[in-house]
Design a protein around this ligand. Sequence first.
Ligand code: KG4
Ligand code: ZN
Length: 341
Amino acid sequence: MKILAIETSCDDTSSSVVENGNKVLSNIISSQIPIHSKYNGVVPELASREHIKNINIVVEQALKQANISFETFDKEIDYIACTYGPGLAGSLLVGVMTAETLSYIYKKPLIPINHIEGHIFSSAIENQNLKPPFLSVVISGGHTELVIIKDYGKYKFLGGTRDDACGEAFDKAAKILGLHYPGGPIIDKLSKQGNSKAINFTRPMMKGTWDFSFSGIKTAVLNYSKKTDIKNQKNVNDICASFQQAVAETVVIKSIQAAKEYNLKSIALGGGVSCNSLIRKMFKEEGEKNKINIFLPSPIFGTDNASMIAHIAYHKVLRKKYTYPNKQIVSISPSLELKNW
Ligand code: KG4
Ligand code: ZN
């Protein structure tokens, strides 16, 4: 079964063809980072305009790389999937309308997919050993979520962020330090030359809840940088390394605690921050110590991509749980939450 998927929830235009849920025949991602970095963050209006410019090219490339043309589309593609939320309304609309058009022309069922579910299962694309139950840790620019995964479509939400998402904290800390958007990868890089013990930023453990709060560390970075010379690269490197250490410890310690509390033997990461080298290293070390299997997606599947959307769509088809079997109309849902199905 081949699924053509489209993902445009934020600032990446992505399309992918995936066979039987795991065989990625193509995964094209057109990034808008050069456009948004000037503004130190994603500008929604610019994002949707860029999606409009790129979407047809990206879909054509995804089909071409999978050896499919518009002539063979009907024979080769079984379903079309698209992200319908959560995300930026204008961005989501471009992907959904493109998917609706293809679905209408080729008379293929259209399967609307929740972006967060894509991130939850992104490690399962490459690693078929990842099977529920497991603890999902989604850390991205828009989300920070701990969820118990009982099966595809069967979730128990444990906690999320009360303020900034994990990636958002990286991006805002970077902005304070005069670094470009997205700040996460830059902080990761500069931290390698910094001293992570230089500044003791507090670890917001939020005891008694599985929720997170990152705005305090970000404010601590702001206050510290006001009284420090941040034109001096060594100081910036030390702030980056100390900030990253505080965030990584918070995420890793809380996740391991949650897995132990609920007797889960596996943790799977997803979202852009799962690319962070310290977070990856600490999860592996703590996983070994606590006999918990850690599943880390490759960076290409950790950040926003359409293959993870096709993967979920495949599992919805297997379980006959897709919502619009004979219609080609989907409504976007910018504030969509994780739901059971
Ligand atoms: O999952 P994603 O591509 O998009 C969203 O759904 O948000 O995540 C983007 C986020 C950005 O905040 C970016 O700074 C962060 O992931 N990120 C990182 C790293 N690579 C990307 N954060 C820390 N370290 C990294 N290496
Ligand atoms: Zn995402």
